[in-house]
Write a protein that binds this ligand. Structure first.
Ligand SMILES: NC(=O)c1ccc[n+]([C@@H]2O[C@H](COP(=O)([O-])OP(=O)(O)OC[C@H]3O[C@@H](n4cnc5c(N)ncnc54)[C@H](O)[C@@H]3O)[C@@H](O)[C@H]2O)c1
Length: 439
C-alpha cells in the first residue's frame, strides 16, 4: 500500500523532496507557513531553483496538495516529514525553534487523530534534540506516547543542492533513528519504492543517528581540507601537482577518490555549519574536537590565501574578474561560497571587481549591491579583467574560446581553482595559474 505523506517545510530541500515523492506515485500534502510558497506551489510553480524539480511538478502535480493547514495535512496522511529550517545560533548549534513550532501543530493533529501516525524529522538537528525536546513536545501536546501511540524517527537526507533529485533517489545510506522498531520498519519500508538503488539502511537510536548525520558532513569537510592542504603544499613545490597526488591517494580503498580534489574552500548551507556544530556539541559536553576545529579554521583561511594570490598578480589599479559565485554548479546558493566570499574579501581590500555567475548574481547583488560590477556573461567578465579567478566549475566557463581569454598587449592572468580550463596553459597570451600545481 502506498502511504500518504505530508511534508512540513517547502524550502530548498522540502520542495525537491515533494517533487521526488509525487514522481514515485506517492500522494503528498505540502505544508508551509509562507503564504507565497503555498500559493506558488498551488499553481505548480516551484518557489526554489533545483534542476528537474519544475519538470516533475509539471508532470506529476496531480498527486500534490498544498496547504497552510498543518493539522488537516497530518490527519489526512500516514507519515509526516518535518523539513523546516534549523538555522545556526551564534554559538554554532542549531535552533530547534521552527521544528518545535511544527511539532506543536503536529501534536495537536495527533491528539485529534485516531489511527497510527509516523512523524519523521528530516531537518538537521543537534544531537540530543529528539529525546530532550522533540519527543517531549509531541507527547505533551498530543497526550500520546511516542513508540506506542505514534511513531517517531530522525531521518536526515544526504543531498547536495543542485543534485537533490539524483542524491535522494540514489543514497549511499538511509539513516534512521527510531523511537521503536515499528516506526523504523514503517519508514524503511517506503524507501524501496523511492530509491533507484539499494542503499544501506542503518537503523539505530536517536542520538546515534543525530551524531552520525553531522559526523558524515564533518568527515567530508576534513577530507576536502586535507586535499586543500596538499594543494597549498604542491603550489610551493616545483613539479608537484595535487591532482596527480590525490588521484593516486584515492585509489587506496581506505581513502577513496571522492571529495579529494585540491581546490578551494568548501561552502554551502550544510558543510561549514555541520562542522562547527560538532565542535559546539563537543564543547557543550566537555569533549574535544580539535580535528573539526582545525578543518574549519583552515577552510576559512583559504579565501584570504586566494585573495593574497590575486593581489600578487594584480597590476596597480588593476581589475579582477571572478567567474563563479555559487557554492557549486547547478545551484543559485551563495551561502559561504568561495566565489562570493572572495568577491567580498576583494571589495574589502578596495579592489575593483567584476563578477559573473549563471545563477548566483541576484542573491549576490542583494548583499553587495553596486560594490561589484556584475555582468551578463563570462566573456564580458573576462574582457574587463586583468586577473580572472575561476571559482565555480560551471561548464559554460570551459566553453569560452581560448581567444577570448587571451590578451596580446600583456598576458591576462587566469587563476583556475579547479583546473577546468587548463587547455589555456600553453597560450602565450595568457598567464595561466592552476591551484594545486607547483611552479
Ligand atoms: N538545503 C540543503 O542543502 C539541506 C541539505 C541537508 C539538510 N538540510 C536541512 O533541511 C532543513 C531545511 O533546509 P532548507 O534549506 O530546505 O530550509 P529553507 O529555509 O529553504 O526552507 C524551510 C521552510 O520551512 C518553512 N517553515 C518554517 N517553519 C515552519 C512550520 N512551523 N511549518 C511549516 N513550514 C515551516 C519555511 O517557511 C521555509 O519555507 C534544515 O534543517 C537543513 O539543515 C538542508
Amino acid at each position: 500500500m502506498k502511504r500518504k505523506i505530508s511534508i512540513f517545510g517547502l524550502g530548498k530541500l522540502g520542495v525537491p523532496l515533494v517533487a521526488c515523492l509525487i514522481a514515485k506515485d506517492f500522494e503528498v500534502i505540502g505544508v508551509d507557513l509562507d503564504f507565497r510558497k503555498v500559493e506558488s506551489l498551488k499553481q505548480l510553480k516551484s518557489p526554489v531553483y533545483e534542476p528537474e524539480v519544475q519538470e516533475m511538478l509539471n508532470k506529476y502535480g496531480k498527486k500534490l496538495t498544498v496547504t497552510l493547514d498543518g493539522i488537516d495535512a497530518v490527519k489526512n496522511t500516514d507519515i509526516t516529514f518535518v523539513v523546516v529550517a534549523t538555522p545556526s545560533n551564534l554559538g554554532g548549534d542549531f535552533s530547534n525553534k521552527f521544528v518545535l513550532d511544527a511539532c506543536n501543530v503536529i501534536g495537536q493533529a495527533l491528539k485529534q487523530k485516531a489511527g497510527y501516525h509516523l512523524v519523521s524529522i528530516t531537518s538537521t538537528i543537534m544531537p540530543g534534540s529528539m529525546e530532550k525536546f522533540i519527543k517531549p513536545t509531541l507527547e505533551e501536546i498530543s497526550g500520546k506516547k511516542a513508540g506506542k501511540d505514534f511513531g517517531l524517527c530522525y531521518n536526515p537526507e544526504f543531498i547536495a543542492l543542485g543534485s537533490v533529485v539524483r542524491d535522494f533517489y540514489n543514497p549511499d545510506i538511509v539513516l534512521i533513528g527510531e523511537s521503536d522498531p515499528k516506526a523504523g520498519e514503517l519508514l524503511a519500508s517506503i524507501y524501496p519504492s523511492i530509491c533507484n538503488n539499494k542503499p544501506y539502511v542503518s537503523r539505530m537510536n536517536f542520538v546515534n543517528a543525530e551524531l552520525t548525520k553531522i559526523s558524515i558532513n564533518t568527515f567530508v569537510t576534513t577530507k576536502i581540507s586535507f586535499a586543500n592542504m596538499l594543494a597549498r603544499i604542491c603550489e610551493k613545490l616545483p613539479g608537484a601537482d595535487v591532482n596527480v597526488v590525490t588521484g593516486a591517494l584515492g585509489q587506496d580503498s581506505r581513502i577513496g577518490t571522492k571529495y579529494l580534489k585540491g581546490a578551494i574552500s568548501y561552502g554551502g548551507p550544510c558543510f561549514p555549519r555541520d562542522n562547527v556544530a560538532l565542535s559546539t556539541l563537543a564543547e557543550q559536553i566537555g569533549a574535544r574536537s580539535d580535528i573539526a576545529k582545525a578543518t574549519d579554521t583552515f577552510n576559512r583561511l583559504q579565501i584570504n590565501l586566494l585573495a593574497d594570490k590575486v593581489q600578487e598578480y594584480l597590476p596597480k589599479g588593476g581589475k579582477v574578474g571572478v567567474l563563479g559565485l555559487t557554492y557549486k554548479v547547478d545551484s543559485d546558493v551563495i551561502e559561504e561560497a568561495a566565489g562570493f566570499l572572495l568577491v567580498s574579501e576583494l571589495v574589502n581590500r578596495k579592489i575593483n571587481v567584476t563578477a559573473y555567475d549563471p545563477l548566483g548574481i541576484p542573491p549576490s547583488k542583494f548583499i553587495l549591491g553596486d560594490k561589484v560590477n556584475f555582468v551578463e556573461s563570462a566573456e564580458k567578465c573576462i574582457e574587463l579583467a586583468d586577473v580572472i579567478v575561476l571559482t565555480t566549475p560551471w561548464k559554460e566557463f570551459c566553453e569560452v574560446p581560448a581567444s577570448k581569454w587571451a590578451r596580446d598587449n600583456s598576458p591576462r592572468v587566469v587563476i583556475d581553482c579547479w583546473g577546468i580550463v587548463n587547455h589555456l596553459k600553453s597560450n602565450k597570451d595568457i598567464n595561466y595559474i592552476q591551484l594545486g600545481v607547483g611552479v
